[in-house]
Ligand binder design. Structure first.
Ligand code: HEC
Ligand code: HEC
Ligand code: HEC
Ligand code: HEC
Ligand code: HEC
Ligand code: HEC
Length: 316
């Protein structure tokens, strides 16, 4: 099934199963006084850090992120969770400091940062399915990645048996949660459960903190003049089908823009809306620019749809 191939479905995995680690079974790097070695050996993903005096070894348990641009590792010690100080980045085809991590001053912090219990639950909540059940937080039994259940709630079995239109109608009724029925703002917040809602952007303090807030698509999208009071033609699912991999050809999104911005003359209802004098295709290339965020080794698409003029500062 296609969904299984998506980045969301592969949002986490056991570190020993990580294709990035399998294809780079012997990663090494030196940063400051610390020598790092990341090896897949004897069925374990082992991180060794040494500073010339001593060394420490961590058994990496999970790889978080499908590695499309990056992948961070999580390990446990004495019942506590740590996020690896180094991540794998595809663009550099190797290791570098995890986005947002500080410079370490001890061997232990050079290996990884202690992650609060709240943060680790959230981390598993966004990258795994059913990490928290009625029995509490249970990462060992969590399903890695985002499966049907993460978005549709329990009842996955009914949905999976889909076979033909009649069954699809039946499925629709049996979906415990059918996100298609949501109002535009609620629909965006639905995806925002993990992609972060506009409210989350403010609460987390990331809103208006410069380039980093480009990662909060719901927040950026709702700043667009296009968004207005919310419109079903501009929800996340208007442009993205969460069951298939992200479409990277800009032209495929044109019809979405034109559903509102069609030439003013073409119909009376669209008379109040502007059209472009500059371009007729690949609208997103000019109006949803790709923003390079320092420390992420990638670019993100700015979902604040707008006129971008050369030399303009990034608007917060
Ligand atoms: C349970 C959490 C969760 C929910 C709900 C969720 N996402 Fe995601 N989504 C993620 C995570 C985590 C990633 C990053 C996966 C990765 O690259 O490791 C992601 C990645 C994506 C990507 C990028 C894929 C790529 O190839 O780079 C798109 C597009 C996307 N999500 C759309 C949506 C839409 C649309 C919705 C709402 C219908 C949604 N998501 C709801 C967690 C979620
Ligand atoms: C509120 C939900 C949320 C939490 C909490 C969260 N993530 Fe994510 N993460 C996402 C989404 C959504 C994406 C995709 C969009 C983006 O990169 O901003 C993502 C992307 C990533 C990526 C890049 C994946 C790629 O496509 O290459 C990595 C690595 C990652 N997260 C690691 C972590 C780790 C490690 C934690 C916890 C210690 C964590 N995340 C916590 C939602 C979350
Ligand atoms: C990231 C969230 C997400 C995941 C994961 C997800 N879905 Fe959905 N699903 C949605 C949304 C949102 C809709 C409504 C989409 C629409 O109407 O365009 C939907 C609609 C559906 C529908 C109804 C389609 C229709 O035409 O009404 C079915 C059936 C379905 N999903 C099955 C699945 C199955 C099976 C899986 C797992 C293989 C899955 N979904 C995984 C978000 C998700
Ligand atoms: C739901 C309808 C809708 C959709 C879909 C939509 N827009 Fe808009 N857009 C508007 C409205 C309404 C305005 C504000 C009034 C105007 O400028 O006509 C606007 C304004 C704009 C502006 C002017 C912004 C400014 O700062 O002055 C640009 C540029 C734009 N849209 C481009 C796009 C592009 C590109 C897409 C597709 C990626 C898109 N829009 C999708 C409704 C929409
Ligand atoms: C008007 C169309 C449109 C809407 C609405 C939209 N997106 Fe996107 N999105 C795009 C385009 C275009 C890309 C870039 C695709 C490419 O070239 O890689 C993109 C890329 C992404 C990515 C990949 C990471 C990145 O930044 O490039 C994620 C994740 C994502 N969108 C999530 C969302 C979420 C969540 C929502 C709802 C808040 C949403 N999108 C609404 C058009 C849209
Ligand atoms: C080559 C880059 C480029 C492409 C491609 C492009 N635009 Fe534009 N667009 C611009 C620029 C630059 C402006 C500002 C023009 C001005 O007022 O100086 C603009 C203006 C607009 C406006 C505001 C017009 C007004 O009168 O306020 C809208 C709406 C718009 N574009 C929509 C679109 C749509 C929809 C598409 C795709 C069919 C598209 N654009 C393709 C560069 C582009």
């Amino acid at each position: 099934m296609q969904q299984r191939e998506t980045s969301m479905a592969r949002a986490a995995e056991r570190a020993i199963d990580s294709p990035d680690l399998k294809s780079h079974s012997d990663l090494a790097l030196r940063i400051g006084p610390y020598d790092y070695e990341l090896q897949l050996k004897h069925g374990e993903a082992m991180l060794t850090v040494s500073d010339g005096i001593g060394s420490t070894i961590k058994d990496l348990e999970w790889a978080v992120g499908d590695g499309l641009f990056g992948q961070t590792y999580v390990y446990q010690e004495h019942g506590k969770f740590y996020e690896s100080q180094l991540s794998f980045y595809s663009r550099i085809n190797g290791l570098a400091t995890t986005t947002g991590h500080m410079e370490p001053h001890t061997l232990e912090t050079a290996a990884g940062g202690l992650t609060s219990s709240d943060m680790i639950r959230q981390c598993f909540g966004c990258h795994f399915t059913t990490a928290t059940t009625n029995h509490g937080f249970d990462p060992e039994h969590a399903i890695t990645g985002i499966t049907c259940e993460a978005c549709h709630g329990p009842g996955e079995k009914h949905v999976q048996q889909k076979s033909g239109p009649k069954q699809a109608v039946e499925d629709k009724r049996q979906l415990i949660m059918n996100p298609a029925a949501l109002k535009p703002a609620d629909s965006v917040d639905f995806c925002g459960a993990c992609h972060r809602t506009a409210a989350d952007a403010v609460l987390s303090g990331l809103a208006g903190k410069g380039l980093i807030d480009v990662r909060l698509q719901p927040y950026r999208l709702e700043k667009s003049k296009c968004w207005g009071e919310g419109d079903a033609r501009l929800t996340c699912i208007a442009c993205h089908d969460p069951h298939v991999q992200l479409v990277t050809d800009a032209g495929s999104y044109d019809a979405k823009c034109l559903s509102c911005h069609a030439a003013a003359a073409s119909s009376s209802s669209s008379r109040r809306i502007s059209s472009c004098k500059v371009g007729t295709r690949d609208c997103a290339n000019c109006h949803m620019p790709k923003i390079e965020v320092p420390g992420t080794y990638t670019t993100f698409t700015d979902h604040w749809i707008r006129i971008v003029r050369p030399g303009d500062a990034y608007p917060d």
